[in-house]
Design a protein around this ligand. Structure first.
Ligand SMILES: NC(=O)c1ccc[n+]([C@@H]2O[C@H](COP(=O)([O-])OP(=O)(O)OC[C@H]3O[C@@H](n4cnc5c(N)ncnc54)[C@H](OP(=O)(O)O)[C@@H]3O)[C@@H](O)[C@H]2O)c1
Length: 294
């Protein structure tokens, strides 16, 4: 009989790509969303949708009942370990067999950023959850560049506070395909494994601008800015202070060379090289295109 997979974070970047990656596979898809009005996307792709909130442990049991595999994604924020705890507990109570958890590159108790340290707490909990488990630790998402799409489309520039940082960035679709591979393989195959996932190359943002220029057919420039300038911009857009502080910690770490590496893990799992930033740029060209006046 087909296994039932519960996808948490089902409206987000990675989980949406995971639902796409699992389309047509021999699994029963179930999606957790926070509000009923967000059910349409996952439902259209064949998922049975449950409403629940990782903030609220009492809302979770129905979604986990009858599930064999959980894709566990916790949103960024100070309550991430509580979210993980609530989901792991609901999974244990429901007799779930396997948890595949999205963590982050470099998660460790001594990581130079709060997200890495929080993820380390949830990784430890997951390793001792009593179920089969696999942890994915992806590098910086290429999809983060979509946050710059407005500026990029309007001015042909994007501004980051990472100066000459070199980062082994990954396309989130590859993370999703690795997650799908793990979920579709036998539960014992990847049990106890922690996979660090990167793209094919470690790139500076000047190099990223070069690849965007080629893929989009117009000149794109990376304009390095100070932490204070980036902080002001993000706060102006309404990004919460905690997230702004977290992003600054990452920027400092990346500038020190912390993210300058790649692994072969995506190729090992998928049997093909990871997508390049040029693939990402081509596939998202519409998002970076200047607005057309009618
Ligand atoms: N960005 C990066 O470069 C990077 C790199 C490595 C790892 N990561 C990790 O990736 C994760 C984020 O993945 P993503 O970018 O795919 O996420 P995302 O697009 O920000 O989506 C977050 C998802 O979580 C849901 N959610 C938020 N609060 C919730 C709650 N209280 N209960 C249940 N669901 C809730 C959201 O639902 P709504 O639609 O209701 O908001 C949404 O579906 C984080 O753990 C982050 O540390 C990120």
């Amino acid at each position: 009989m087909s296994r039932t997979v519960l996808i948490t974070g089902a409206t987000g970047t990675v989980s949406t790509a995971l639902i796409n990656a699992l389309e047509g596979a021999d699994v029963r898809l179930r999606a957790l969303v926070r509000e009923e009005f967000k059910a349409a996307g996952p439902r259209e792709r064949g998922a049975e949708v449950f409403v629940g909130d990782l903030d609220d442990a009492r809302s979770l049991p129905p979604a986990f009942e009858g599930v064999q595999d959980v894709w566990l994604l916790t949103p960024n924020g100070p309550r991430a370990p509580e979210h993980n705890m609530n989901a792991v507990w609901a999974a244990r109570q429901a007799g779930v067999e396997r948890v595949v958890r999205l963590s982050v590159v470099g998660a460790a108790h001594d990581a130079p950023n709060r997200s890495g340290r929080l993820h380390a707490l949830s990784d430890r909990e997951t390793e001792r959850c009593g179920m089969r488990w696999t942890i994915l630790r992806p590098h910086w998402f290429m999809q983060n560049l979509l946050n710059e799409a407005g500026d990029l489309a309007a001015t042909g520039t994007f501004s980051l506070n990472m100066a000459a940082a070199r980062v082994g960035m990954i396309d989130a679709r590859d993370i999703a395909e690795c997650a799908a591979r793990v979920l579709l393989d036998d539960p014992d195959r990847h049990h106890g494994q922690t996979y660090t996932l990167t793209g094919p190359r470690s790139l500076t943002f000047d190099e990223v601008a070069g690849h965007l220029s080629l893929a989009l057919g117009r000149s794109i420039t990376h304009v390095p800015v100070s932490d204070d300038a980036k902080r002001k911009t993000l706060l102006g857009y309404g990004v919460p202070q905690w997230i702004v502080d977290m992003l600054e910690e990452y920027a400092r770490a990346y500038e020190s060379g912390w993210g300058d590496f790649t692994t072969d893990t995506v190729a090992d799992l998928l049997g093909r090289p990871p997508r390049d930033v040029a693939d990402f740029a081509r596939d998202h060209a519409a998002a970076f295109a200047p607005a057309v006046d009618n």
